[in-house]
Design a protein around this ligand. Sequence first.
Ligand code: C5P
Length: 237
Amino acid sequence: MNQQPSQQVEKGSRYVVAVDGPAGAGKGAVCRAVAQRYGFSYLDTGSIYRAVALLSLNNPLSDQEALGCLAAQMPFEFRAVEGAGFRAFLGGEDVTVALREERVGLRASQVAAVPQVRQALLTFQRRYGGSQNIILDGRDTGSVVWPDADLKIFLTASLDERAKRRALELQQKGETVSFHKIRERIAQRDEQDSSRAHAPLAPAPDARRVDTTLLTLEQSIDRVADLVDEMVGNKPR
Ligand code: C5P
């Protein structure tokens, strides 16, 4: 990764779909399914912040410049692996599972507030996928990373519903979890992500809002797919 200004990476003629929203709204599952349905490339931008977090937990650095350098130089890859979906690699090691730990998510929210880290990761995000159509999800992909995206979506759900989904996900992995603890942690991340000075979580003014509180995963995917159909001209706007 290098730190050139994002403006030097042109969008070109490819489609870019930017999906933002709070933790647990279903962005990842929806984007993976939509990427598969339309043959788009996919980037979970949270995983790159999580990768910086994981590196910094293993090697604590208090200095913001040093954190920025760590982000700029980390050997990170996010790619589809035959039969195993999208996987994240750091220096060739598969860190997909390690990145999902709660402590890594909380730390990610902290390193994501560091301007040097955000700047270092900006060019990586704009370069990702080369000239392929792409869907990416995160917190500021429509407002900061791709203000010129063809379609911007703000995917959200109530705090209770997001905490319920996260609790179920952890239970299915066999982890014992307290719903209240999860709810508290998600609320804490919402607060950290929304109140930071640099690129806070907020819908881009021209984002289409999709609230998944009362939708199943399938319905959420269909809702987003409808918007992609509009974008590519399969449906009138
Ligand atoms: O989406 P996920 O929960 O994996 O993201 C982890 C953290 O990374 C978020 O809480 C947020 O602080 C940060 N993030 C960000 N900008 C993005 C994606 C994630 O600040 N585009």
